[in-house]
Design a protein around this ligand. Structure first.
Ligand code: ADP
Ligand code: SF4
Ligand code: MG
Length: 338
């Protein structure tokens, strides 16, 4: 079980003549990943997804907020004492090639973490070889084929499976998959998604899935929660199917409206939302207003003055950060057969 409250992170980027520029990457994000559950974060490029994944995996610190792993607040521990907790959270990122050392065989890539694991758990060294084979089998690879090979001798899909097997060497509780299939050949993606689903069922591992793609979020976490992030703020949160079939935040609606419609098979939702383009100051946003207001076709004066917080109100099953939430039918629906 891992959760976060008020996770905030601002990067200072070096600008040109204007000097340093502050980039708010996360603005008070709350989340909870239940044991064995699936949680997906979705949003466009630059909205803070990777930063959140890195903070959850202990690879980056937040400016304020708290990460709690198995009921222990990470801020209460020294850097060294945090490590065993963050080891329970393993990050799988989008490029399986750069995640593996090209000069080492898969056998070598798995042997080092497994030797360490054998020491930690008081097992004999000989255990590591059998475990490497077992883990490769678990991720759907043939150990005899894969173990002696170098990363470049494997397909992208196989490499990502090796990366997942390596993450499993430490018996993690949570896998953070950051765009884990975006660099893999389309024909192999479904296999990796099915594997993550299977690992949830077989090992009880939780998955925090980060993506810009609605279909993959839907596939991985049908029984889980979807968080929609816009400019570092969670703007809508709820059960995956609810958020997709009855989104209430205009940004979620715009994101879903942008999914291409399959001609001849689907017809577009009849209330599709298309963002507008308003230019607002240098930062592109109202300083105190709703972050989405410059692009929102439904903005009112209040939206320019006040920033809505994520909350639950009305009879809507999901939380949202909008003053004027409304259910709209935006996703494509199958054309009925005549
Ligand atoms: N190390 C960094 N230094 C400066 N700015 C960063 C750094 N990492 C991310 N950012 C900025 O933070 C914002 C969020 O980035 P990121 O988390 O990578 O978004 P996403 O994964 O959703 O595309 C972006 O504006 C990005 O430019
Ligand atoms: S608060 Fe206003 S501007 Fe923001 S998303 Fe809702 S309607 Fe649009
Ligand atoms: Mg990213």
């Amino acid at each position: 079980m891992i959760n976060g409250t008020g996770i905030t992170k601002t990067f200072r980027q070096r600008g040109g003549v204007l000097g340093a520029r502050e980039v708010p990457a996360l603005r008070g994000v709350d989340f909870a990943v239940p044991k064995g559950g699936a949680v997906s974060f979705i949003g466009e490029s630059g909205c803070g997804k990777t930063t959140l994944g890195r903070i959850v995996a202990g690879l980056e610190t937040c400016d304020s907020g708290e990460i709690v792993i198995d009921d222990v607040a990470m801020s209460s521990l020294s850097h060294r004492r945090r490590q065993p907790y963050f080891r329970r959270v393993q990050l799988i990122h989008q490029d399986p090639y750069s995640a593996l050392n090209p000069t080492r065989t898969i056998h070598q890539a798995l042997a080092a973490p497994l030797a360490l694991r054998a020491r930690q758990t008081g097992r004999p060294r000989s255990w590591a070889d059998g475990r490497a084979r077992e883990l490769l089998g678990l991720v759907g690879l043939d150990p005899g084929y894969v173990l002696p090979r170098y990363p470049h001798q494997l397909s992208g899909g196989m490499r990502q499976r090796v990366v997942i097997a390596r993450a499993l060497t430490v018996d993690p509780e949570v896998l953070v998959a950051d765009e884990a299939v975006s660099m893999i050949d389309v024909s192999l993606r479904l296999g990796i998604l099915a594997l993550l689903k299977d690992l949830r069922e077989r090992l009880g591992v939780s998955v925090l899935f980060i993506t810009h793609d609605v279909a993959t979020a839907r596939y991985i976490g049908t029984d889980g929660e979807l968080y929609v992030i816009y400019r570092g703020q969670v703007v809508e949160r709820g059960p995956v199917e609810t958020v997709i079939s009855a989104p209430v935040h205009p940004y979620t609606q715009a994101l879903l409206s942008a999914i291409p419609v399959l001609h001849g098979l689907e017809s577009p939702g009849d209330q599709r939302v298309v963002p507008v383009e308003a230019s607002v100051g240098a930062s592109g946003e109202y300083s105190d207003g709703c972050l989405f207001a410059p692009r929102c076709p439904f903005r009112t004066e209040r939206c320019e003055r006040e920033r809505p917080a994520l909350s639950r109100n009305g009879d809507m099953p999901q939380e949202h950060a909008c003053f004027h939430p409304e259910r709209r039918s935006v996703v494509a629906v199958p054309v009925s057969r005549r």
